[in-house]
Design a protein around this ligand. Structure first.
Ligand SMILES: O=P(O)(O)OC[C@H]1O[C@@H](O)[C@H](O)[C@@H](O)[C@@H]1O
Length: 302
């Protein structure tokens, strides 16, 4: 579920183009393999809808509202962040700012990024997009992002290179807002038995009993590097990740943020590939870390 204004721009795109939406530069792709929208504010994927051919080899007429990601219809004005899609939390997650004063989830999300390359697959069956920030975001760490999209999958890779001289603690997340039919009918499979910190209960440590069904507000850091399946009753997505031992599952319940109207507030769930206080990365000079997530349709037995 994405704003109609963005859906209209995507539907009116033939191939690739750069344009402006809500004051942000956006790259829009509407190709034979699928659709993608990416904001250069935050290198944030806003929309992804793959078009796998059906059994007869035909491609159904796409409706951007069937995309896998959710974006609020009333985003904050610049320089605020857009709630939705896949925000980058870097170089820290949530309250892990080194001096306790930085913006929640770090500066990468609201920074301007540069499109370094948009490489179409030779066979025209997908795209690889490379981005880097326009300004330095950290004295010693340098991020860059690679997005891969094709008719079957979306993946986002967030690379961090240490270009300085002293070890640095890094946390972060790919804070994916998934579009779902109804938050309260969702299930996240693959976390059974995992330990988690319950942020709604002052980080109390608990253990997940059975699979996770979403029934109200939750904000949890699962200590897990396993893949999960998000099942909303209509679509099952398999979410795998790299370089992350924390899976954050978040929804604010009824207490929606100011930029989220009630009528769309139960249409998303955040499942995040993260490095948090439970698995910070200590990067050494010349070291590199990759935090990545890949999303594909799950087969029934995943
Ligand atoms: O920064 P956003 O998109 O408003 O997300 C906020 C939420 O992000 C989640 O990752 C955190 O676990 C929550 O504690 C937080 O409230």
């Amino acid at each position: 579920m994405i704003p109609d204004t963005l859906a209209d721009l995507i539907a009116a795109t033939d191939g690739q183009r750069e344009t402006t939406w809500e004051g942000r530069r956006v790259l829009l792709i509407n190709a034979d393999w699928g659709q993608l929208a990416l904001s250069l504010q935050g290198a944030q994927v806003l929309h992804f809808l793959p078009f796998p051919p059906d059994a007869a080899g035909d491609r159904p007429v796409p409706d951007p509202q069937d995309g896998w990601l959710w974006v609020t219809p009333t985003p904050q004005a610049l320089p605020g962040a857009i709630r939705g899609g896949i925000p980058l939390c870097w170089p820290w997650f949530a309250d892990e700012s080194p001096d306790g004063k930085g913006p929640m989830h770090g500066p990468a999300r609201t920074a301007e990024w540069r499109l370094d390359a948009v490489d179409e697959d030779i066979s025209g069956s997908g795209v690889e997009i490379h981005l880097s920030p326009q300004e330095r975001l950290h004295d010693e760490l340098t991020p860059n992002v690679v997005v891969h999209a094709n008719a079957h999958k979306l993946s986002v890779e967030l690379f961090t290179r240490h270009t300085g001289t002293t070890p640095v603690k890094l946390t972060g997340a790919l804070h994916t807002y998934f579009a779902v039919a109804d938050t309260h009918r969702c299930r996240v499979e693959g976390l059974a038995g995992a330990r988690y910190l319950d942020k709604l209960e002052r980080f109390a440590e608990k253990q997940q009993q059975g699979e996770l069904g979403i029934r109200g507000a939750l904000d949890r850091i699962y200590q897990s590097n396993r893949p999960v399946v998000l099942d909303d009753g209509q679509r099952r997505l398999l979410i795998t990740k790299q370089g992350s031992d924390s899976t954050v599952v978040w929804h604010p319940g009824e207490g929606l943020p100011g930029d989220t109207p009630a009528e769309v507030g139960q249409r998303f769930l955040c499942v995040e590939a993260a490095c948090t206080r439970v698995d910070p990365v200590w990067l050494v000079p010349d070291g590199q870390h990759l935090l990545a997530t890949t999303i594909v349709k799950a087969s029934d037995h995943d």
